[in-house]
Design a protein around this ligand. Structure first.
Ligand SMILES: O=c1ccn([C@@H]2O[C@H](COP(=O)(O)O)[C@@H](O)[C@H]2O)c(=O)[nH]1
Length: 235
């Protein structure tokens, strides 16, 4: 499936039926989809098969964070399930990330992007101080992203507010996946480090994760279509 759009719709639903209902309204040429903790916990791996049957590229967003052996094996299982992208936490450290990258290299046939989460987009300086990190979100993202790159990751999850810095530091091919995307006028919710779709692309993001502004809209397809139009994606 060749998707024309950088938008990844977060299918954060409490049931598989609701997520499939939404997926059937979406067009895999106009967005990719993300399966996170809520949907995967309720549906299990069957949701991946169902979304693949509908021709979607699937980002499995389970943010693995455990000892190297456990994370490497989980990443390997995800790649064998055919997901387009899977992620781990960069704060799991170099040995965990290297073990995950090595596990993927051992697979003979996979196209899965391996990405590391830096600082969650719901966090700001106050949150970092409370967990003992004496750095700004930008400084901490910069450090974790450099570690992720040198540990063999294809890219990172960060806020679009950090995209131009990371693009300059780590190169334009290092994949920047940015949640916390808020089309003008949409609710910020629990997100702290946000940008609009157009601002995020201009800053150097490769993929824009959008959940509630689409899934909780009165007309989800209209919001997605409008965002794609603003990005100049042919729809
Ligand atoms: O730093 C991160 C990492 C992951 N997410 C996930 O992205 C979506 C965002 O949903 P919205 O409804 O658009 O806020 C959600 O699934 C998160 O788990 C993130 O927001 N920030």
């Amino acid at each position: 499936m060749s998707c024309q759009s950088p938008i990844v719709v977060a299918l954060d639903y409490p049931t598989m039926a609701q997520s499939i209902e939404m997926a059937k309204r979406l067009d895999p040429k106009q967005c990719r989809v993300k399966v996170g903790k809520e949907l995967f916990t309720t549906s299990g791996p069957a949701i991946l098969d169902e979304l693949h049957k509908l021709d979607f590229d699937v980002f499995l967003d389970l943010k693995f964070h455990d000892i190297p052996n456990t994370v490497a094996n989980a990443v390997s299982v995800a790649a064998k399930a055919g997901v387009w992208m899977v992620n781990v936490h960069a704060s799991g450290g170099r040995r965990m990330m290297e073990a995950s990258a090595n596990a993927l290299q051992k697979l003979t046939d996979h196209n899965t992007l391996l990405i590391a989460v830096t600082v969650l987009t719901s966090m700001d300086q106050t949150d970092l101080i409370e967990i003992g990190i004496d750095a700004t979100p930008e400084q901490h993202v910069k450090r974790l992203a450099a570690l992720a790159k040198s540990s063999g990751m294809d890219g990172v999850v960060c806020s679009a507010q950090e995209s131009s810095m990371l693009s300059a530091d780590l190169g334009k091919d290092f994949v920047l996946v940015t949640p916390g995307i808020r089309p003008a006028g949409s609710d910020q919710g629990d997100q702290k480090r946000i940008m609009t779709p157009a601002e995020a692309m201009a800053a150097g993001s490769h993929y824009l994760v959008i959940g509630r502004p689409i899934t909780q809209a009165q007309d989800p397809i209209a919001v997605l279509t409008q965002a794609n139009a603003e990005l100049g994606v042919a729809v």
